[in-house]
Design a protein around this ligand. Structure first.
Ligand SMILES: Cc1cc2nc3c(=O)[nH]c(=O)nc-3n(C[C@H](O)[C@H](O)[C@H](O)COP(=O)(O)OP(=O)(O)OC[C@H]3O[C@@H](n4cnc5c(N)ncnc54)[C@H](O)[C@@H]3O)c2cc1C
Length: 388
C-alpha cells in the first residue's frame, strides 16, 4: 500500500497547518475548552476552503475527494483540538454520508450543498438511555400512519443535539425484532413534538453540543425513511467511515500532545540540563512517537482502502480501537513529561488527555470493536445475549 502523499495532499496538510498558526488555533482551542462555546466562526472559513463535504459525492454537491483526504484534514486540525476539527468530521464522515449514499435525489439536492456551505449539519441518533452498545435493543418507534410516521422515543448523548439542522434517527420501523426491524429516519429540527434535553457536561470535548433528543408524536413524512427495515447493514457500513474519522481525531490529539511534549522536554531543565537529555524522558517520547506512527499506519490503511466509498469493517474497527487506546496512552505520557505543569490547565496536555478519553466510547466502545474483530477473525458471529 502506497502511503506517499500526493502534492495535493501535502498542500492540504500545509494549508491547514499554516492557517492554524496564522489564526492562533492553539489559543482558540484553550478558549473553547474554558468557555464551552463551539467555534462556529470557523464554518464559513472551512466552507471557503472546500473542506466541508470534501469527501461527499461531487454530483450531489460534495467535493468528491477520497476518505483519506478528510482523515488528513481532521488529523491536522485535531492537533489543536477536536473541536477545531469537528466541522470537517461532521460534514464528511458523519451521518450526512447516509444521505449521500442512500437518500432520494431530492434529499441529496436539498441537504448536501447546504452542508458544504456550513448551513446544515446532520447528527447521528442511535444511543438511548437503555441501549448503547446493545443498539439492537433500541425502542424508539416510528408507527406508520398514512403517508407519515409517528415517532416516539428518547435518544441520549447526541452530538450536535439542538444545533444540527437534521437528525438521522435509528428507530423501529416495523415489528420485526432485533436489527431487522431498525431503519434510519431523517427528522428535521423544529418539527412539532421534537425537543431537546439539557446540554451534557463531559470531562473533555468541551464546547461540543451534546444532549438528549425527545420525540413525542413527531409526524415525519414517509419519504424521510432513508434506510428501510432490513437495510441496517447500510446504516452500519457508513459507520465504518465514521470510525476512520474518529480514529483521525485520536491521531491529531496524540500528535498535538507529542509536539508539545517534545518542545517542553527541550525547554525544561532539571539537574542543570534540559530534561530531553535524560534517557527516561527520551524513551517516553520515542514510545509516544512509535505508538502514534503505528496507529497512523492502521488508520491510513483503512481510509486509503475506502477510496471514495467504504473501508473494510475489520480495518476500520482495528484502526479505531488501536488509535483510541493510543491517544489515551500518548496524552498520558505527555502529561508525565510536563511533570506538575502537565496537570495544570495552563498547559494544553491536560485538556488533550481529557479529550482523548472520549473516543474509545463515542462511536462504539473498544470492547465492542474487539467483539466485531473477533467475529471476523473466527468467521462466526458471537451473540452477546444471555443464553445464546
Ligand atoms: C463524547 C461522546 C459522543 C457521543 N456521540 C454520540 C452521538 O452523536 N450519537 C449517538 O447515538 N451516540 C453517541 N454517543 C454514545 C455512545 O455511542 C455510547 O455511549 C456507546 O455506544 C456506549 O454505550 P453506553 O454508554 O450505553 O454503554 P453500555 O453499552 O452500557 O456499556 C457500558 C460498558 O460495558 C461494556 N460492554 C457492553 N456490552 C458488552 C459486551 N457484550 N462485551 C464486552 N463489554 C461490553 C462497554 O464496552 C462499556 O465499557 C456518544 C458518547 C460520547 C462519550
Amino acid at each position: 500500500m502506497d502511503f506517499n502523499f500526493s502534492d495535493e495532499q501535502n498542500m492540504l496538510i500545509d494549508t491547514l497547518r499554516t492557517m492554524g498558526e496564522r489564526e492562533n488555533f492553539k489559543e482558540l482551542a484553550k478558549k473553547v475548552d474554558e468557555t464551552g462555546e463551539f467555534p462556529w466562526e470557523l464554518l464559513p472559513k472551512y466552507a471557503d476552503l472546500g473542506l466541508l463535504g470534501m469527501s461527499l459525492s461531487e454530483e450531489n454537491g460534495g467535493g468528491g475527494q477520497p476518505v483519506i483526504n478528510t482523515v488528513l484534514a481532521i488529523e491536522e486540525l485535531a492537533k489543536f483540538s477536536p473541536m477545531i476539527a469537528a466541522p470537517i468530521f461532521e460534514s464528511n464522515v458523519g451521518p450526512v454520508r447516509v444521505v449521500d449514499m442512500f437518500g432520494t435525489e431530492e434529499q441529496k439536492k436539498a441537504i448536501i450543498p447546504k452542508v458544504a456551505k456550513g448551513e446544515y449539519s446532520v447528527s447521528v441518533c442511535m444511543t438511548e438511555p437503555e441501549a448503547g452498545s446493545d443498539l439492537t435493543s433500541l425502542t424508539t418507534k416510528a408507527m406508520s400512519d398514512g403517508d407519515h410516521y409517528i415517532l416516539n422515543g428518547t435518544k441520549t448523548f447526541i452530538t450536535g443535539g439542538g444545533h444540527a439542522s437534521h437528525y438521522m434517527v435509528y428507530c423501529r420501523v416495523d415489528d420485526t425484532p432485533g436489527y431487522k426491524g431498525i431503519g434510519g429516519l431523517l427528522v428535521e429540527k423544529d418539527t412539532p413534538g421534537f425537543s431537546f434535553g439539557k446540554q451534557e457536561v463531559f470531562m473533555g470535548l468541551r464546547g461540543m453540543p451534546s444532549c438528549d433528543l425527545i420525540f413525542e408524536d413527531v409526524k415525519v413524512p414517509k419519504e424521510n425513511l432513508i434506510v428501510k427495515a432490513g437495510e441496517f447493514k447500510n446504516l452500519m457500513s457508513t459507520f465504518d467511515v465514521e470510525r476512520c474519522g474518529n480514529a483521525a481525531m485520536c491521531l491529531g490529539t496524540a500528535g498535538g500532545a507529542l509536539d508539545a511534549a517534545k518542545a517542553y522536554a527541550q525547554e525544561r531543565s532539571a539537574f542543570g540540563r534540559p530534561i530531553c537529555e535524560f534517557q527516561a524522558v527520551q524513551f517516553m517520547i520515542v514510545d509516544m512517537a512509535m505508538k502514534l506512527d503505528a496507529a497512523r499506519l492502521l488508520v491510513y490503511r483503512a481510509a486509503t482502502s475506502a477510496g471514495r466509498g467504504f473501508p473494510s469493517i475489520y480495518e476500520s474497527a482495528m484502526a479505531k480501537c488501536y488509535a483510541n487506546e493510543m491517544a489515551v496512552d500518548v496524552t498520558g505520557s505527555a502529561m508525565q513529561v510536563f511533570g506538575g505543569y502537565g496537570y495544570s490547565a495552563e498547559f494544553p496536555v491536560e485538556r488533550m488527555a481529557r479529550d482523548a478519553r472520549a473516543w474509545g466510547v463515542a462511536g462504539g466502545t473498544v470492547q465492542m470493536l474487539r467483539i466485531t474483530m473477533a467475529s471476523l477473525l473466527f468467521g462466526r458471529r458471537f451473540d452477546q445475549r444471555k443464553g445464546k
